[in-house]
Design a protein around this ligand. Structure first.
Ligand SMILES: *[C@@H]1O[C@H](CO)[C@@H](O)[C@H](O)[C@H]1NC(C)=O
Ligand SMILES: *[C@@H]1O[C@H](CO)[C@@H](O)[C@H](O)[C@H]1NC(C)=O
Ligand SMILES: *[C@@H]1O[C@H](CO)[C@@H](O)[C@H](O)[C@H]1NC(C)=O
Ligand SMILES: *[C@@H]1O[C@H](CO)[C@@H](O)[C@H](O)[C@H]1NC(C)=O
Ligand SMILES: *[C@@H]1O[C@H](CO)[C@@H](O)[C@H](O)[C@H]1NC(C)=O
Ligand SMILES: *[C@@H]1O[C@H](CO)[C@@H](O)[C@H](O)[C@H]1NC(C)=O
Ligand SMILES: *[C@@H]1O[C@H](CO)[C@@H](O)[C@H](O)[C@H]1NC(C)=O
Length: 524
């Protein structure tokens, strides 16, 4: 008797902890599928510490390997934008060799503050040659200072750098120049008066960007180098407003080929408590992206590309216990793929030296990124959990450059699913379980059983046979290390995968289990 009740209790616990969903996968791409760019996961770097990412005399091998791992999965290295807040505090000088930065004091909320003044010389831009071959770049030009001479000096130095034989030989390419970062918050950060409006912005921008495009010979938006427009912080100004104000009819406006908006789902500028559990939320991910739909549509209607030119989890370098955790890696997967289904071509994940939300830290750090306390000895360059999110996404994107994605309806408030097509045929599916399993969680870890149905336009047919799965295995959502992607750790000194690759056989008729705080990629 006692043995039997034990078994019954165990069975009841198991049932209580688990649920099941049926997911229907269309065998060919439904209308409304979107193409997946090989550079869907791209990076934005804070301009002040750009040399640390590339390194002065010889290449930063950590940066290079971290980016090359991504390139190997999709066939193209992530695009790199250098700019952001320090872009509007940068001045070109003929007497500075690389850069001279002035930093405010660090504190516990912001252990690695942005420089308030950056002076750069020509060699600063020439460091672009240390990025992986084939990297496409966007460089920022100072609009905050409203100084046409300085803006021209910066733009000329950028174009000159990419015309040197060293940068040309490196195969690193300049695509875009951005004139001004997050101008819609200039009225709050003192770069413009508090009463500055979008109606003031458009002629002001034309008065700086016009001389810039003239000085570097950019005509129209179909040449090798064109202009990135907008780069707004929030919904203070919108692309639709500047289109309506006629920005695209101006000479520099005619050079705009791409519209960028920025997005963070929360802010940690003055500290605070941003809970990881509320962040790992399927509805919140969708809410933070659907608000761009009208701007995406307006941008595409003008024949322009739309990107999130700067994004990450929490503004002001991330929130501790959130942006640096395994849960953020899962958030990154759902957020990025959700964005792709809305027609957002690329997401430039913002990174700075010592920022909490970095995918990787490219140099050793002697202060904690979490509270600024001294680190003795310093920590060596290392990846953070978000890096695994990029590995999963780039495996989903694949190497053909022609994959298409669609979101799968999954009747579970924690589980997101996406199907990917190659040459019109279902090729892969990925599922993310955002339910947070924390170090403090007790009892049995919940799991969702996913049964597959396969739907064609003619009839529902069952695809039987086997598939292969790769799993992103996480102990706890609040872990800051120890993740495994398909059995392998990338937490090695040179970002090379360690451990045996694990490919799980999947019997399609039986479906798969997906635990809380886990992602799985099924390859058909
Ligand atoms: C899944 O589909 C099967 C077969 O149609 C059905 O028996 C089962 O109840 C469904 N399960 C759920 C959770 O909807
Ligand atoms: C604008 O920039 C130029 C070049 O750096 C500099 O000489 C000039 O003083 C600046 N003008 C103002 C008003 O700051
Ligand atoms: C690029 O460099 C070549 C010489 O190497 C020069 O003739 C040409 O004018 C330069 N182009 C620009 C746009 O600076
Ligand atoms: C905006 O503020 C500035 C002072 O900061 C003032 O000179 C200007 O007249 C104001 N403009 C309007 C339209 O109120
Ligand atoms: C964006 O995400 C945050 C964090 O999860 C959430 O609190 C907020 O409600 C979301 N915003 C929208 C518009 O859904
Ligand atoms: C930390 O490193 C920076 C340069 O990366 C250096 O300037 C500073 O002196 C170091 N601080 C300590 C306490 O070692
Ligand atoms: C499918 O996988 C099952 C279980 O791993 C295995 O027994 C079976 O031989 C496989 N079938 C095929 C066709 O590979």
């Amino acid at each position: 008797m006692p043995r039997i009740s034990h078994i019954l209790i165990a069975a009841a616990l198991h049932l209580g902890a688990s649920s099941a969903v049926n997911v229907s996968l269309p065998l060919s791409p439904p209308s409304g599928s979107h193409s997946l760019a090989p550079t869907l996961v791209s990076f934005s770097l804070e301009q002040d510490c750009w040399p640390d990412w590339s390194v002065v005399d010889s290449r930063n091998e950590f940066t290079n390997r971290a980016l090359e791992n991504y390139a190997e999965l999709t066939g193209e290295p992530p695009k790199i934008r250098v700019g952001a807040n320090s872009e509007d505090h940068t001045f070109w000088s003929p007497t500075v060799t690389i850069n001279e930065d002035q930093f405010p004091p660090a504190n516990a909320v912001t252990p690695y503050p942005e420089a308030t003044h950056v002076t750069v010389g020509d060699k600063y831009y020439e460091l672009s040659r240390f990025l992986p071959r084939g990297t496409h770049m966007t460089w920022g030009v100072n609009f905050g200072a409203d100084n046409v001479t300085n803006a021209i000096n910066m733009a000329k130095a950028i174009v000159r750098a990419f015309n040197t034989s060293a940068v040309e030989a490196s195969g690193v390419v300049l695509d875009l120049i951005e004139v001004g970062n997050e101008v819609d918050i200039f009225k709050w950060n003192g770069l413009r008066p508090a009463n500055w409006t979008v109606e003031d912005y458009v002629p002001d921008w034309i008065s700086v960007a016009g001389p810039v495009v003239d000085a570097v010979g950019i005509i129209g938006n179909d040449g090798p180098v064109s202009i990135q427009g907008a780069a707004f912080a929030s919904q203070q100004f919108t692309p639709r407003e500047i289109f309506d104000l006629g920005i695209l009819d101006s000479t520099p406006g005619k050079a705009i080929s791409q519209i960028s908006q920025h997005q963070y789902s929360a802010a940690f500028c003055n500290g605070g408590d941003v809970p990881l559990t509320s962040f790992m939320d399927k509805a919140a991910v969708r809410g933070n992206l659907s608000l761009f739909e009208a701007d995406i549509a307006a941008t595409h209607a003008h024949g322009l590309t739309y990107v999130l030119g700067e994004t990450n989890s929490v503004a002001c370098h991330g929130a501790p216990g959130l942006s640096n955790t395994a849960g953020a890696a899962l958030w990154t997967i759902d957020y990025t793929l959700q964005a792709a289904t809305l027609g957002i071509k690329e997401l430039f994940f913002h990174e700075g030296i010592g920022y909490k939300y970095n995918f990787f830290q490219p140099v050793s750090l002697n202060r904690s990124t979490i509270d600024g306390s001294p680190l003795d000895p310093p920590v060596a360059p290392h990846i953070q959990p978000g890096y695994y999110g990029g590995l999963v996404i780039n495996t989903v994107v694949g190497k053909t450059g022609a994959a298409e994605i669609v979101e799968l309806p999954v009747a579970d408030s924690n589980v997101a699913g996406y199907a990917v097509y190659e040459q019109g045929t279902l090729a892969r599916a990925v599922f993310v379980n955002l339910h947070a399993w924390l170090a403090s969680s007790t009892g049995e870890r919940p799991a969702v059983h996913i049964d597959f149905g396969f739907a064609s336009s003619e009839a529902t047919e069952s695809w039987s046979g086997n598939a292969t799965a790769r799993r992103l295995v996480i102990e706890h959502a609040d872990d800051i290390a120890g993740l495994m992607w398909a059995g392998q750790s990338y937490e090695t000194s040179d970002v090379s995968p360690g451990g045996q690759l694990v490919l799980e056989p999947v019997v399609l008729d039986e479906g798969i289990d997906l635990r809380s705080t886990e992602a799985v990629l099924v390859e058909f």
